[in-house]
Design a protein around this ligand. Structure first.
Ligand code: 5GP
Ligand code: ZN
Length: 122
């Protein structure tokens, strides 16, 4: 399968890995949007949030729990951080292997689209 993140899992492409266990790996984003910007991905290939099956729900919960562990490891669990799943074109998904973004290390603006929003929300 020609999937960039499967290649990172299989160590065919290098990545700056900050956490790994039997089910997920996390590595720094190549184009960081915050002092820490990492991606938590399941070792199992799942293309989009729409493809999560009943048997994957514990795995996705584990991805979210891993975000908390990484935040604690990096020292911003108490100050706070953001997690994001993008889905398909309108969600801004560019890599079709689900990944949980974790951003932290500075106060983050909200809503995230304010600067680029050109048309009314409705
Ligand atoms: P998406 O836009 O799909 O939610 O997020 C994909 C993320 O993957 C982007 O933030 C992008 O910077 C990151 N990315 C794309 N290619 C690579 C790569 O080869 N290595 C790493 N570490 N990150 C990547
Ligand atoms: Zn994949």
């Amino acid at each position: 399968m020609d999937c960039l993140f499967c290649k990172i899992i299989n160590k065919e492409i290098p990545a700056d890995i900050i956490y790994e266990d039997d089910h997920v790996i996390a590595f720094n984003d190549i184009n960081p949007q915050a002092p820490t910007h990492a991606l938590i991905i399941p070792r199992k290939h799942i293309s989009t949030l729409n493809d999560i099956k009943d048997e994957d729900t514990a795995l996705v919960g584990h991805m979210i729990q891993t975000a908390g562990k990484i935040a604690k490891q990096l020292g911003f669990d108490e100050t706070g951080y953001r997690t994001v799943f993008n889905c398909n074109e309108h969600g801004g998904q560019t890599v079709y292997h689900i990944h949980l973004h974790i951003l932290g290390g500075k106060p983050l603006g909200w809503p995230p689209y304010q600067e680029t929003l050109k048309t009314p929300i409705n």
